[in-house]
Design a binder for this molecule. Structure first.
Ligand SMILES: *[C@@H]1O[C@H](CO)[C@@H](O)[C@H](O)[C@H]1NC(C)=O
Ligand SMILES: *[C@@H]1O[C@H](CO)[C@@H](O)[C@H](O)[C@H]1NC(C)=O
Ligand SMILES: *[C@@H]1O[C@H](CO)[C@@H](O)[C@H](O)[C@H]1NC(C)=O
Length: 424
């Protein structure tokens, strides 16, 4: 499904085609501006389906479009044929999803950590103008939202880094407040047994949504966006921690990550640290805006996978089946596989619309291979995933506009589960 145009193969028709695409881009500018001012919660517009069809998975459900891959005869009529098709839905098996109790509030860019049968869900946006300042707790044994409690006043509300050792939850840096406000370098730790918060030494510099994980007794923080929210950072710092306490006064420099940027999954399995997907660039505050209004900037979403082992040298592993970002808490580890639920992929190459991901992916760490193992009930980004008693759960995030429109729309608190079936 994934195609790209090699530079050397540009022929005259393709150059004409690109000229057409450029003209189209100009005609869309006005529309695009209105979209950027209302940012990702409400991208305006009509999806030009007739001209630029979304090639969706060859699915069997009745309410889904049955659009097959665009055939050879359509080659000249459909410019996307010649462009990277990374945004398209991939063929994926249907899964039977069961809807569970919704979270107390809708959440975009929320964060979560599973400890035993509980999912702790932190902060996030209710919408671009309102952020949450509390934790909601879901119990997988009772399938109920059992509790809510406050986060510290000076903790970030989105773009956090989170990690746990099974009792303490470490929360580093992130964006403080709504819209595209500035970041804080503050670091906190929650004792989930006492519900008490403590402070830890602040990061050397604030970051937006850095890859964060506990690894070999140290809290590692990598990449993210720098202070302007857009420039990818590649710095990597670590702090020795134990039982919710810092064992050092300062963060140490570590080997920088090969590719920077925010919104990646960061997972430790068997003493190896994996950093999966992500993007370079993000929305930024509009210069001079008193409310730090978000405005869209150039972004590149990628599916790169990097791994650190005891050699402390980054290794590249096979990329995801498509570029995927906004997946910080959209993963679970089951039977030596990492399962990733949803996300957001490269923008549509012609319309520049944001495109959400509706697939469930499996990265088998025995074989280092990726598979598409299922289709979600809808496409969604910043899902918060959990696994309990054979069930794969996800809650919250921002969902699509419908089966035939993968653009982001509603911020939701909906919770779903399905019996997880892995491929060997
Ligand atoms: C797609 O649908 C066609 C027609 O229904 C069918 O022949 C084909 O096997 C399907 N392909 C996949 C990958 O499911
Ligand atoms: C979740 O609920 C079950 C059943 O009431 C209870 O045994 C368990 O301790 C709860 N989990 C946590 C972490 O509180
Ligand atoms: C994981 O492995 C166990 C033991 O082999 C098996 O019983 C279980 O079904 C597997 N889980 C999944 C989701 O495949």
């Amino acid at each position: 499904m994934v195609r790209s145009v090699a530079k050397h193969s540009f022929s005259k028709p393709i150059i004409l085609l690109l000229a057409f695409v450029a003209l189209l881009g100009i005609s869309l500018t006005r529309d695009f501006r209105s979209a950027s001012s209302s940012a990702y919660v409400s991208l305006a517009t009509t999806w030009a389906r007739d001209k630029y069809r979304i090639v969706s998975a060859n699915v069997s459900s009745n309410d889904s479009p049955k659009i097959q891959d665009v055939g050879g005869s359509n080659r000249d009529r459909y410019p996307e044929r010649a462009l990277a098709m990374t945004y398209a839905d991939l063929p994926a098996p249907e899964l039977e999803w069961e809807q569970m109790p919704s979270a107390p509030v809708p959440r975009l860019d929320g964060y979560s950590v599973q400890i035993k049968d509980c999912l702790f869900v932190f902060a996030g946006y209710a919408n671009l103008d309102h952020v949450h300042s509390h934790v909601d707790v879901y119990n997988f044994s009772t399938n109920t939202w059992t509790e809510s409690f406050a986060i510290p006043k000076d903790m970030a509300n989105s773009h956090l880094g989170v990690a746990t050792d099974g009792r303490y939850i470490y929360i580093v840096t992130g964006q403080y407040g709504p819209q595209c406000r500035g970041p804080t370098a503050n670091v906190f730790v929650l004792d989930t047994e006492t519900r008490k918060w403590e402070s830890l030494p602040p990061l050397p510099a604030p970051r937006y949504a850095p890859a964060t994980q506990l690894w070999k007794g140290r809290l590692h923080v990598m990449g993210g966006s720098k202070e302007n929210r857009h420039t990818p950072g590649i710095d990597h710092w670590s702090l020795a921690v134990a039982n919710g306490k810092a064992l050092e006064k300062q963060w140490h420099k570590e080997v920088p990550i090969p590719r920077g940027g925010p919104h990646r999954a960061c997972v430790v399995v068997d003493d190896r640290l994996y950093v999966i997907g992500g993007q370079e660039g993000d929305f930024m505050a509009k210069p001079g805006s008193p409310i730090f209004k978000c405005s869209r900037r150039f972004e590149v979403v990628y599916g790169d996978v990097y791994m650190l082992d005891e050699s402390m040298k980054w290794k590249g592993l096979p990329s995801m089946p498509k570029p995927d970002s906004h997946i910080e808490c959209s993963w679970v580890i089951v039977n030596n596989s990492i399962v990733v639920v949803g996300g957001t992929t490269e923008k549509h190459p012609v319309t520049k619309r944001m495109i959400l991901v509706g697939e469930v992916f499996q990265f088998n760490l025995n074989t280092l291979t990726w598979s598409v193992i299922g289709k979600m009930p809808y496409r969604a980004k910043t899902t918060l995933a959990g696994f309990w008693d054979g069930w794969l759960y996800f809650t919250s995030g921002q969902r699509d506009r419908g089966p035939d429109n993968p653009q982001p729309r509603k911020v939701v608190g909906d919770t779903w589960r399905t019996k997880l079936k892995l491929l060997h």
